[in-house]
Design a protein around this ligand. Sequence first.
Ligand code: RM4
Length: 262
Amino acid sequence: MALLANKIVCITGSSRGIGRACAVESARHGATGLILHYFGDQETEAELQSLKAEIYATTHDNCRVVGVPGDIADSGTSQQIVKAGVEAFGRIDVLVSNAGICPFAEFLTMPHDTWERTRQVNLDGSFYVVQAVANQMKSQVPQGGSIIGLASISALVGGEFQCHYTPTKAGILSMMQSCAVALGKYNIRCNAILPGTIVTDINKEDLANEKKRGDTIGRTALGRLGAPDDVAGPMVFLASELAKYVTGAQLLVDGGLFVNLQ
Ligand code: RM4
């Protein structure tokens, strides 16, 4: 089912993990243009090139990709993303604000740099790109679009080594709620996805701890950790017309990790 037929989809932090899975799934569902932001160092550059090749192969060149490198914590990067996207496709229908970091750290000894960098990438970066793309969605004809903020189960619960991280995810959830109210009049829908523990580069080291991994799996009702494409499906739903009356919502995608008290 081409749920995103002829849509132009913009994804931040798209070269790996959840962002990459969202790019592949968007192309699979008929998106004709992808504006793919990535950090832009040698590693993510190579990842972006292999992602482009994968998308061209699976869509037989029916989906054009524009890559935009840059540090999402720098507001100029969001201007670049919109400029490159509009130059290539004339509009932006969907934004997946996904770029984020989680350098697990002990609270009492955490350097302020770790807090500042995590806040700048996850929360400031989300604010800049959501504002920049929303302005484009307001000015384009037909007006409107769908904005999806990647919050987390960690917007709702704490983490011993995440005192700098969970506030940014709670912030993204709250930003989507307020943006839904502020932008509804421009036919812009804003929703948050709250992934649980999805195995990606961001937690590879953390989940190497067998006890922590086992405890998390044990607490997850579906009995497994998540994979990036577990998040990509719900993203396509919120981006599509199937969700045309869904705004200001929060969708847990965690295999039942949050609800499982006992
Ligand atoms: C998620 C959640 C997961 C963690 C990752 C890094 O938001 O907190 O449990 O593994 O972040």
